[in-house]
Ligand binder design. Structure first.
Ligand code: SF4
Ligand code: SF4
Length: 328
């Protein structure tokens, strides 16, 4: 029994474009459904499969999706309710980053039009809340995929989570369209937003993002900071608004460019920044390749300058792990 237990089996759910799965790691885990059911049926299916997994754990049966998993954890959780949900189920975006992982799906197209993602997901989560399978106070939500600002049901989802006293909603956003739902989360100390600005210059922004929206994005980050500062607690809530730089060779990999990004972040009022390597350009993965020296140099530089500028540097766990290993 001890050998097969993995907390991600029972504690997490990940909603993708074509399917929903147990497990929020890159290993993807057990498939639950390809969205053939109605919301009530899908919620029931999730509950039934969770019960089956619990039985399997007792009988030391390893689920097929977990057999070769390198992340398999042999640890028990005090609570086997769902405490982590990933919402990565749409690709529609208002930004045109040339390195986007979803370029195969979007063909590089983007627009400011607000579109529906998949209404089934909101309804299914609402159903799940009715059963005793969600650990409400500890629930962490990750919002990624396309852009939340052009996802029609985003506010509805956020209201549902707030109503049920969610612990924290981590959002990734292009920052182009200001979101009142994110503002609301920040004001309540329940939201965290990361915007990959990637530069401190309007020109470089245009080259990377294919949109002339640098000034607007910085203005929106400043508005989010104002919302975050309204939440009074011991925790400094402004740290929940983060500008990220993804190192993109030939675009922002010069130290002057990185310095400019840090100075502009500071000027905007940001208290925390994040630095990341780029893991693939579009669908071209770098898996197995040696990590280039410029990454190490930039990481060292940013670490030093953040201390000097009084900025916090949010650890990018994946970059750190890969750099220690030396290979993508
Ligand atoms: S064993 Fe691996 S694939 Fe299965 S739930 Fe855990 S992390 Fe995910
Ligand atoms: S903001 Fe994110 S989803 Fe949108 S194009 Fe850029 S990388 Fe892709």
């Amino acid at each position: 029994m001890d050998n097969i237990y993995c907390k991600y089996l029972l504690n997490s759910l990940s909603f993708h474009q074509d399917n929903v799965r147990f497990c929020t790691t890159l290993q993807l885990g057990e498939l639950i459904s390809k969205y053939e059911e109605k919301p009530k049926e899908l919620a029931q299916k999730i509950i039934n499969l969770r019960n089956k997994i619990k039985e399997n754990i007792k009988n030391d049966v390893i689920p097929a999706g977990c057999k070769d998993c390198i992340y398999r954890l042999n640890e028990y959780c005090a609570n086997d309710k769902i405490n982590k949900i990933d919402l990565y189920y749409w690709y529609h975006c208002n930004c045109g980053c040339f390195y986007c992982t979803y370029r195969d799906e979007t063909k590089g197209e983007f627009s400011d039009k607000i579109k529906e993602g998949n209404p089934l997901i909101y309804k299914t989560i609402k159903e799940l809340y009715k059963y005793d399978v969600i650990d409400k106070q500890n629930l962490i939500i990750n919002v990624g995929g396309g852009e939340l600002g052009v996802l029609k049901e985003f506010s509805k989802l956020i209201n549902l989570f707030i109503k049920n006293n969610v612990n924290m909603v981590y959002c990734e956003s292009s920052g182009i369209r200001y979101s009142k739902a994110v503002e609301n989360l920040l004001k309540k100390g329940k939201g965290h937003i990361t915007v990959a600005v990637c530069t401190g210059s309007r020109e470089v922004y245009k080259q990377i993002k294919k949109r002339d929206k640098y000034n607007q994005v910085m203005k929106n980050l400043n508005r989010y900071l104002k919302a975050a500062s309204k939440f009074k607690s011991d925790i400094y809530n402004c740290d929940n608004v983060v500008s990220k730089l993804i190192i993109l060779k030939g675009f922002n990999d010069k130290l002057e460019e990185v310095e400019n990004w840090l100075l502009e972040s500071k000027k905007c009022g940001l208290t925390q920044v994040e630095l990341s390597m780029e893991f693939c350009w579009g669908t071209k993965t770098k898996s197995g390749q040696k990590i280039e020296d410029y990454n190490y140099e930039i990481f060292e530089y940013v670490k030093k300058r953040c201390v000097e500028l009084g900025l916090k540097l949010k650890p990018n766990i994946t970059s750190i792990a890969l750099m220690e290993n030396g290979f993508y």
